[in-house]
Ligand binder design. Structure first.
Ligand code: IFM
Length: 826
């Protein structure tokens, strides 16, 4: 990075540029017309710093921008920021500095002052020429190493598998772990395509051919994940580096470029068989004018397959080698010819080429962040962790067709890629706000599996639809029936049979999606079928007493330490909500009035375990009589209490794994007794081991809602850093997507107090003392809003008029920015 000091003359060739600037912002008059055209034609943006704009050279590209401010914004929208911009100024250093202060994207730019009357213009040309020659020789592009947007992966060999998860890249279609480009024994490289599952062997995601092992060891250095532009860089030193990305602009496209000094041996094969079991085949490598091409494919159970086609070019010049790979990763349907499908995609990807793919990819990430920004003033470490969470949420799903978001997304093999309630309750609400089309694709995944859920209900002798606890390709239940525990013993897994709340959770997520997006069409069509069919299931699942009491017996609630319980409060209240919501959707339209009133009556009869004397919900029938153990007797939070004290002891106690009753306060606050949150928090928090990664973020959200933001902060940081610090020791198997979704939810629902309604948005900020402000940008009813809360006021920016509920009043906000005082309207 150029670090020239401000001076009257640009420090010339002694200035060592170790990366290609993506943009050069130059002062008026410094670049001749012909040069401007020449440079512009070659992809360098020449913009103007300083006023007046009419001093711009008539025919230069600068005319397009008018001012440095608009130039900077234009560049930022293309993912070009900070150190990737060289600002050259011929007015005053102070002018550029003040511009940098006003514009975040120029705040980190390198800048120099050129004396126009001396040899400044010539120096500018030298810098530009050096830049162009770097680009022409295909050097590895640099990244903006902004500490608030980059995550350095751990480099200790013992943490290699954790690092592979933390730096995983994905576009919702395919995902790959951040494995090194050489094949290290400690590594577990994996590339998968969302929704491509095998059938046998627990219906796991099918591993794709590996495409990024270039056969060259570049030891040491830093692996840096650039969240802003979605690239993974491996930087050994000025001479050796690599950069790769999974394109978010073209879902099949993958690209990698690496360079180093010396000679690189050519790998004989470009694609490598994944280690996990799947039939693997390859075509012979073909060589056409130095571009080597290969296609390989994996097939599981003879039906689900992934083909990868790759083209590699190696250049060597001046003692340096550069390897460039572009690849196409495609799912192959039965009857399709893998070679043809992948090769066709590759040809069009290769036609675009590495630089254009990267430019499109960066621009798409810039577009995504424009609707998903997170800033926490006063807590840089947590801010980075929150951005990292949003990055991986946005990488997990895509806004087309349908998308299956597994418990670990596309970042690792744990749980075989199966879809749990993690997707519907934890990830989906975040994506409904950050990337609504991606959330719609997640809803679509469930809608298309409604027939399988109906069949499951029928097999159980019930009506309606019963969704599976773990779901993969066809929507049948793929929960394993047994597993090996940490002591090596085989134990029964009963969640598939008993954890039935998922059916109501899915109905809830469809409604939450509609509330965030205003997409009423989904609730008038297939989404309504999901809500009604699940209600129908509950209606046939609920058992009635002789005295008219309604019960759901023999279930597992979210707290999986207690199996085969009756009247789990969470299950019952979610079922009640499901019945009421279906009744509301059905009444007055095509609904059968008799069925609607039966749903309403059942909902009213269903016990919820609320004990009015204590003001606390009993988690299930008989829970209060269990051994009164609390977690502090065993250890700190995030402990697997069942392993420490044995599953039987814990099952007989009041220690619970994760938020259960309290999930109700988070998901359906209108279904619980008003004002019951504080007492239930006080009761259940000491009994919660957070043995599931799903737990801390939800408690953080609820503590903030209960007016205890400083208490919330500890659990929030735990959630935000759960994977970054591998706090559960399970991150090697992939990232905990539910925790990432919970992290965003804790910020939005918890600290900002956001609630969405059909016609308005409520906010009720509760910031920890350590934070000066919290800013979130998100989509609400088709528009991007920015909500920025401090301790005394909240600022809401919206392109359209909006009704905001705050402190018990409704505020009509005009388009633009509205400032509301917390605790009273202004
Ligand atoms: O869905 C969760 C569950 O709540 C706790 N055990 C792990 C599952 C997958 O993350």
């Amino acid at each position: 990075v150029i670090r020239a000091e401000a001076s009257s003359v640009l420090r010339p060739p002694s200035v060592h540029l170790n990366q290609t600037f993506e943009a050069i912002v130059a002062g008026p008059g410094m670049i001749e017309e012909t040069d401007a055209r020449r440079l512009g034609a070659r992809g360098v943006y020449v913009c103007v710093v300083g006023e007046p704009p009419d001093a711009c050279h008539e025919d230069s590209l600068s005319r397009r921008f008018g001012s440095a401010a608009s130039a900077a914004v234009w560049l930022e929208q293309r993912g070009i920021t900070g150190r990737l911009i060289l600002v050259l100024e011929n007015a005053s250093t102070a002018g550029v500095r003040s511009l940098g202060l006003r514009l975040a994207c120029l705040g980190r730019a390198s800048y120099v002052v050129v004396d126009r009357d001396a040899d400044g213009p010539e120096r500018v040309r030298q810098v530009v020429d050096e830049q162009m020659s770097r680009r022409d020789s295909g050097r590895v592009p640099g990244i903006d190493d902004d500490p608030s947007w980059t995550v350095v992966l751990p480099s200790e060999p013992a943490l290699e598998r954790v690092a592979e998860s933390l730096g995983a890249l994905g576009n919702g279609y395919c995902g790959m772990r951040a494995s090194h480009e050489d094949a290290r024994p400690s590594a577990t490289p994996l590339q998968v395509v969302a929704g491509v599952y095998g059938v046998s062997d627990d219906a796991k995601l099918v591993p794709a051919p590996r495409w990024s092992a270039i056969g060259v060891d570049q030891p040491g250095g830093r692996r840096v994940l650039d969240l802003r532009t979605g690239v993974l860089a491996h930087i050994v030193d000025d001479e050796a580096r690599s950069l790769r990305f999974v394109s978010v602009a073209q879902r099949h496209a993958l690209a990698l470029r690496a360079e180093a000094v010396g000679d690189a041996a050519q790998a004989s094969e470009l694609l490598i068989a994944p280690t996990a079991a799947a039939a693997f085949a390859r075509s012979p490598v073909s060589d056409d004018a130095g571009a080597r091409t290969e296609v390989a494919w994996t097939v599981a159970d003879g039906h689900a397959g992934i083909a990868t086609a790759i083209r590699e070019r190696r250049r060597a010049s001046a003692g340096r080698w550069v390897v460039e790979r572009v690849a196409a990763c495609v799912d192959v349907r039965p009857g399709e010819e893998p070679q043809t499908v992948a090769r066709d995609r590759l040809d069009s990807i290769d036609h675009a080429g590495f630089d254009r793919l990267l430019a499109e990819h960066r621009a798409e990430w810039a577009r995504r962040w424009a609707g998903a920004h997170v800033a926490i003033d006063g807590d840089a470490e947590t801010e980075l962790a929150a951005r990292w969470a949003v990055f991986h949420l946005l990488s997990a799903a895509r806004g087309e067709d349908e998308v299956a978001v597994g418990a670990r997304g596309l970042t690792g093999p744990a749980y075989g890629g199966h879809v749990f309630w993690d997707a519907d309750v934890f990830v989906l609400p975040a994506l409904a706000a950050l990337d609504p089309p991606a959330a719609r694709a997640m809803v679509e995944y469930r809608i298309r599996r409604l027939p399988a859920a109906r069949a499951a209900a029928a097999v159980a002798g019930r009506r309606g639809a019963r969704f599976p606890w773990e779901s993969a390709g066809d929507g049948t239940d793929v929960t394993p029936r047994s597993g090996i525990n940490r002591h090596g013993d085989r134990v029964a897994i009963r969640t598939g049979e008993l954890e039935e709340h998922i059916s109501a959770d899915i109905a809830w997520s469809v409604c939450e999606y509609a509330a965030w997006t205003g997409d009423q069409a989904v609730l008038a069509g297939p989404g309504r079928d999901v809500v009604e069919e699940t209600a129908r299931y509950w209606a046939s699942r609920i058992e009635l007493d002789a005295d008219g009491g309604a019960h759901v017996r023999n279930v597992i609630g979210p707290d999986e330490y207690h199996e085969l319980v009756d009247d789990n409060a969470f299950t019952n209240v979610m079922a009640r909500w499901n019945l009421r919501r279906a009744a509301a959707l059905a009444s007055g339209s095509r609904g059968d009035p008799e069925e609607v009133s039966a749903w309403q009556a059942l909902a009213d009869a269903l016990g919820d375990g609320f004990d009015p004397e204590r003001g606390v919900y009993e988690q299930f029938a008989g829970y209060f009589a269990r051994e009164p153990l609390i977690v502090a007797d065993i250890g700190g939070p995030l402990i697997p209490a069942d392993i420490m004290l044995g599953a039987t002891r814990i099952a007989g106690s009041q220690v619970i794994k994760q938020a259960d009753v309290l999930m109700l306060h988070h998901l359906v606050p209108d279904e619980v007794v008003p004002g019951s949150l504080p007492k239930n928090l006080d009761y259940y928090l000491p009994r919660t081991a957070h043995g599931s990664s799903l737990s801390p973020a939800i408690h953080a959200a609820l503590l903030a809602r209960a007016g205890r933001p400083d208490d919330a902060l500890g659990l929030f940081r735990l959630a935000a850093r759960l994977d970054l610090d591998d706090l559960t020791g399970t991150t090697a198997g992939g990232l905990h997507l539910a925790t990432l979704g919970g992290t965003w939810q804790a910020l939005a629902y918890g600290f900002l107090g956001v609630r969405v309604h059909a016609d308005r948005l409520d906010v009720d900020p509760q910031l920890p003392t350590a934070w000066r402000s919290l800013t979130l940008r998100f989509w609400f009813h088709g528009e991007v809003l920015t909500v920025s809360a401090g301790h005394d006021s909240v600022e809401i920016s919206s392109p359209v008029a909006l009704v905001i509920g705050m402190s018990g009043s409704l505020h009509r906000c005009s388009p633009g920015t509205t400032l509301l005082a917390i605790g009273g309207a202004r």
